[in-house]
Design a protein around this ligand. Structure first.
Ligand SMILES: *Cc1c(COP(=O)(O)O)cnc(C)c1O
Length: 361
């Protein structure tokens, strides 16, 4: 079978060039006579890989020196707990935006560790699902931070910019849009992103955190592996790190740098999203449930006006190599995830298929 265009929301497509290079190097990485998976993490060679990976990420996202980069085990769900564990004493308060699926899970975890002030982040408008305007938010000014999800993967709703509130004290679940566009790191206390959308394989999470916050972080009853300051002190080598994840991330970062970095990939991402949303808006056969201002550049959710055609749509798409278009189980419909690894031709192939499917229906 040929490699298809993979619209999976996550684990998601990894650039073909990256997979080919990993394949090439699988048996003999870096001239060491074995795979990177089989190679000591405390060797100078692995140390160099780790250093280069961090340097490339810093370059891509323009991460200032007073922020630390951690390559951690586990997923965003670990961070849902780790963030409040580290930031909140039992009497402390934090603000959380509630936005569909993922942030609810983050809120649930956080409630085990402090007082959580919840502000609704989404609302239904005539135009569709939308982000509640910031002027309507009510936040607890004493909160240690404001947690939000920059791109809500399930329904395809994305902040166009960082919120203005809690500047410098934002904590962001950036799983599904990190590295898709430039960001202003200094607005954040901490950013986390599981690797399986825009970075590499699942099982690793990248954390970017402002170093001066370490002083105030909690350590009482926090397991060592869950302490940000300790992980930073050991430069992500407190224990055996997710070494294959780090290796693949390094290849993805290199791939991005070769293509002009985040600024260039953002333009491509905009083009891909535009192609799809234009096709959806131009037809009565397809419908976007999201208001224009809030639409995601990474996850394009849409429904068919006749849902009884959903399974035929999915089946025929798959036959043409357009994979994993089924929407999230809580939402239904379709979802085309077009992360960095999706080429423009993939988005175009989907648009062509959608037009053809509508014509024949
Ligand atoms: C995919 C995703 C997660 C996933 O977390 P896991 O713990 O890896 O299952 C969390 N948040 C967002 C915004 C996501 O897109």
């Amino acid at each position: 079978m040929n490699r298809g265009y993979n619209f999976s929301a996550g684990p998601a497509a990894i650039p073909t060039e990256v997979l080919e290079r990993a394949q090439e190097e699988l048996l003999n990485w870096n001239g060491q006579g074995c795979s990177v998976m089989e190679f000591g993490h405390r060797t100078p060679e692995f140390g160099q890989l780790l250093e280069q990976t961090e340097a490339d990420l810093r370059k891509l996202l323009h991460i200032p020196n007073h922020y630390r980069v951690l390559f951690m085990h586990g997923s965003a769900s670990h961070q849902f707990a780790m963030v409040p564990m580290n930031f909140l004493a039992p009497d402390d308060t934090a603000n959380y935006l509630e936005q569909a699926h993922w942030s609810k899970k983050a809120i649930q975890e956080a409630q085990n560790f402090g007082n959580i002030h919840v502000q609704q982040g989404f609302q239904q408008t005539e135009e569709g699902l939308a982000i509640v305007p910031e002027s309507d938010w009510q936040l607890d000014e004493d909160g240690k931070y404001l947690h939000f999800t920059s791109n809500e993967t399930i329904v395809g709703v994305q902040f166009k910019k960082e919120p203005k509130a809690f500047a410098g004290k934002l904590v962001c679940d950036m799983c599904s849009d990190i590295l898709s566009r430039p960001i202003d790191i200094e607005q954040y206390a901490l950013i986390y992103a599981g690797a399986q959308k825009n970075i590499g394989p699942s099982g690793m999470t990248v954390v970017i955190v402002r170093e001066d916050l370490f002083e105030q972080m909690q350590t009482h009853r926090v397991p060592s592996l869950f302490q940000y300051p300790l992980m930073a002190q050991h430069k992500s080598l407190f224990n055996t790190p997710p070494s294959f994840g780090i290796y693949l991330a390094s290849l993805v970062f290199e791939w991005l740098l070769e293509r002009g970095g985040v600024e260039t990939i953002e333009q491509l991402n905009q083009q891909k999203a535009q192609l799809l949303y234009d096709a959806i808006d131009a037809s009565d056969f397809y419908h976007s449930p999201v208001a224009k201002d809030s639409r995601s550049m990474m996850n394009v959710a849409f429904t068919l006006s006749d849902p009884s055609l959903d399974s035929a749509f999915l089946l025929q798409a798959k036959e043409q190599g357009l994979l994993a278009l089924k929407g999230h189980r809580d939402f239904g419909g379709m979802r085309a995830s077009i992360y960095n690894a999706m080429p423009l031709e993939g988005a175009q192939a989907l648009v062509d298929f959608m037009k053809e499917f509508e014509r024949r229906a």
